[in-house]
Design a protein around this ligand. Structure first.
Ligand SMILES: C[S@@+](CC[C@H](N)C(=O)[O-])C[C@H]1O[C@@H](n2cnc3c(N)ncnc32)[C@H](O)[C@@H]1O
Length: 297
């Protein structure tokens, strides 16, 4: 114990700093346990889920993608690493602007939609690597270094410090991460339903406050932009919505289907010829330029 007492004020100063990577690990492990090991990547194993995710960011929803790409330091010569590329939401438009994109994506459903998108858009400068970031060997699996390394809403990684170390090692200039601040709409939905569906409390994934502190302890002092965000899951029918959310809510029994059905009935809204579930969350862009002194604490 390194507690010391400031004699004059009598204030206890705790010199033991919290290990924020341990906080991340614990919160991630609690979340995985509460989701019955439905991890961040596993949700996207079903191709239909991956297709719906892509649809959310096409047409009216494409603003997020346009804004994200507009803010990146890209040139036609840039080489980009997209970690957790999903169905290619960013990788496809990025590939049209830069010389090369390596897209790392572990989920079979997302990977399959990404490959469809590469073919549909006749893109020949994306390399798809079907792995989790934590299983990537930079030398063997990638074409590092990259000018820009991006991890966009894909930080479902058990050891974030190690993941960031690897992002830095793969980058020659910039690292851009995107994550969440505060409670998201799915946290609210899960929190409401978890006890009746699964008999346990729901624990959310660690948020950007933990990430910031991990970076700080690594000697990385990043830039942060807060991005309020509203989105809508779009379905052609209530049945389609029920079916879609079954895997999100890890539903395996009829009893649970009925609970979810009742909840969705109360929350789904009609919108033109579709049925939508609105959501909102606060997102953050956390980025830094490589090469500042990193004095790990
Ligand atoms: C919400 S999607 C985001 C997709 C895309 N980056 C975007 O911004 O639209 C999250 C993606 O991260 C991937 N992912 C989750 N955990 C990962 C990990 N440990 N390593 C690499 N990718 C991961 C998931 O499979 C999923 O495709």
């Amino acid at each position: 114990m390194n507690d010391s007492k400031c004699k004059e004020s009598g204030i206890m100063i705790n010199k033991n700093t919290t290990d924020w990577n341990e906080v991340w690990k614990q919160q991630m492990s609690l979340q995985n346990r509460s989701q019955h090991a439905v991890d961040c990547a596993a949700i996207w194993d079903k191709k239909e889920n991956a297709e719906l995710f892509l649809k959310m960011f096409q047409g009216k929803g494409s603003e997020r993608i346009e804004n994200t790409i507009k803010d990146l330091p890209l040139t036609p010569e840039s080489r980009v690493l997209d970690i957790g590329a999903g169905p290619g939401t960013l990788a496809i438009p990025l590939a049209k602007k830069v010389s090369h994109v390596t897209a790392v994506e572990p989920s079979p459903g997302m990977g399959s939609v990404l490959q469809d998108q590469i073919a549909e858009n006749e893109i020949d400068n994306i390399r798809y690597v079907h792995k989790r970031w934590e299983d990537i060997d930079i030398e063997a699996d990638l074409d590092a270094p990259y000018d820009v390394v991006i991890a966009s809403y894909s930080l479902g990684m058990p050891d974030i410090k190690e993941a960031v170390r690897k992002m830095e090692a793969a980058s020659s200039k910039y690292v851009y991460t995107y994550w969440f601040a505060g409670e998201t709409s799915w946290d609210i939905n899960f929190r409401a339903l978890w006890p009746s569906l699964h008999g346990i409390e729901y624990h959310p994934a660690p948020k950007c406050n933990v990430l910031y502190n991990v970076l700080y302890q690594m000697g990385i002092y990043p830039n942060i932009t807060v991005i309020p965000f509203e989105h809508a899951h779009k379905f052609s029918s209530e049945e389609e919505a029920n079916e879609h959310f079954k895997s999100y809510f890890n539903i395996t029994e009829q009893r649970q289907e009925a609970i979810l059905g009742d909840y969705l009935k109360d929350h789904l809204e009609e919108d033109d010829d579709s049925i939508i579930l609105k959501g909102s969350n606060t997102r953050v862009k956390i980025w830094w330029k490589k090469g500042c002194d990193h004095n790990e604490q």
